[in-house]
Design a protein around this ligand. Structure first.
Ligand code: MN
Length: 240
């Protein structure tokens, strides 16, 4: 397989942000079902000189390939569409075969993504405010499994039972505050290396130095005005 036929990972990342691995899986399934039909339709239409039909098939292929980041197929489909519209049709059969070859190359890589979606990381959200929990859940659910806790005691019990991949930890909590929860996490050998992001109210941003010094991996101020900052912080910490 040529690197030209590789799937553009930026396109995959974008889809994952929009709808998680479920969306990717569904799009891939549709793509694998429709593409051979469209290629065959373009092939037959080119053979019988029906430019309009070639254009229709190529146009659909172009947009589906763009969605999934199949760049070489997208480019070939665009060339086929342009040629069918106003160029010589003699080059069409050759381009359609190239498109089919590129499809055979990306097919295997796409099939893996559809049948074995990558591991969904689990994020523990510790937050006493129900509407904050709802917002964070809505934001993260497309990409991550979420375990929610209303207070520090419940969170420590739950996190010890089911170790998440990352913790979003509110600082102001009833009973144990976020600092105390973090200390307990860092003191537990099974949990000590967990990435923990502090969620702090804007009014408390003066506590930034204390938060960083306490051993939090990062901190995000609430209300979350720019969700991309939170998503980027999570993605960065999950990679390390
Ligand atoms: Mn709170």
């Amino acid at each position: 397989m040529s690197s030209l036929d590789a799937i553009d990972e930026a396109a995959m990342q974008r889809l994952r942000r929009i709808g998680g691995d479920e969306l990717i899986s569904e799009l891939v399934t549709i793509f694998l079902r429709n593409t051979p039909v469209r290629i065959q339709s373009a092939r037959e239409a080119a053979h019988s000189g029906e430019r309009q039909q070639v254009m229709i098939a190529a146009h659909s292929l172009k947009s589906s390939c763009a969605n999934l980041g199949a760049r070489r197929m997208q480019q070939l489909a665009a060339e086929i569409e342009t040629l069918a519209l106003n160029g010589s049709t003699t080059a069409l059969p050759d381009l359609i075969e190239k498109l089919d070859q590129s499809f055979q190359c990306v097919r295997t890589s796409l099939e893996k993504r559809a049948s074995h979606p990558p591991h969904r990381p689990c994020i523990a959200v510790v937050e006493d405010n129900a509407d904050n929990r709802l917002l964070v859940r809505a934001l993260l659910q497309p990409m991550y499994d979420i375990a929610e806790y209303e207070n520090g005691t419940e969170a420590l019990a739950g996190i010890s039972q089911n170790r998440p991949d990352l913790v979003l930890l509110d600082i102001s909590l009833p009973g144990m505050d976020g600092y105390a929860v973090l200390s307990a996490i860092r003191a537990n050998p099974a949990l000590s290396d967990l990435p923990v992001i502090a969620l702090t109210a804007h009014a408390m941003t003066g506590d930034r130095d204390r938060i960083v010094a306490s051993g939090f991996s990062d901190y995000i101020s609430k209300p979350i005005d720019d969700e991309q900052i939170l998503l980027d912080s999570i993605a960065r910490l999950l990679r390390t």
